[in-house]
Design a protein around this ligand. Structure first.
Ligand SMILES: [Zn+2]
Ligand SMILES: [Zn+2]
Length: 168
């Protein structure tokens, strides 16, 4: 992905395997996963465990998160319901496919990413989960754009950019 979007979510285990990414495992979530923005005007519920979790260190995700990386928790779209108003910042890649960053217009919290390429998933920002003990990222994208002082634990798969084969 060389355009002005990055694509954290990878829609299926098959795609992830094709991209050489680990599939998140070890989750036993038998209750709803809930979360929301800082001011609580936006709340969401996820009825299934996440498909995968990762971080993105691309410049765009650093800017939106205001931090060294953005943490994405990827869910099946059918499992996610949102209450409250989200505003959207949309960017398109060279092929015209949109990546939409949904945020709370009141407090500015980044809440969710949706993508034209993967309409079947919702990428929820990890820091908005009520129970952040669920967060176990298994991969990082765009380490080539990362902060030089950031070293991630060894079990997290590192990808210099977006792995070949996972997009398109
Ligand atoms: Zn808010
Ligand atoms: Zn990114």
């Amino acid at each position: 992905m060389r355009g002005d979007t990055c694509e954290i979510p990878i829609k299926s285990r098959a795609n992830r395997a094709a991209a050489g990414l680990k599939v998140s495992r070890g989750y036993t979530v038998d209750v709803e996963i809930k979360g929301g923005c800082l001011c609580r005007a936006v709340r969401y519920r996820c009825s299934q465990p996440p498909l995968n979790m990762g971080v993105c260190q691309c410049d765009r995700c650093q800017r939106q998160s205001g931090s060294a990386f953005l943490m994405a928790t990827v869910f099946d779209a059918h499992a996610v319901s949102v209450e409250g108003e989200l505003k959207v910042y949309e960017a398109r890649n060279d092929q015209g496919a949109a990546l939409r960053r949904h945020f709370c217009p009141t407090c500015g919290s980044a809440v969710m990413i949706t993508l034209d390429r993967y309409p079947e998933i919702r990428s929820i920002m990890g820091g908005t989960l009520d129970d952040k003990s669920l967060l176990r990222p298994s991969y990082s994208l765009w380490t080539s754009a990362g902060q030089p002082w950031l070293t991630l634990p060894g079990e997290i798969e590192l990808h210099a950019e977006y792995p070949d084969g996972a997009v398109g």
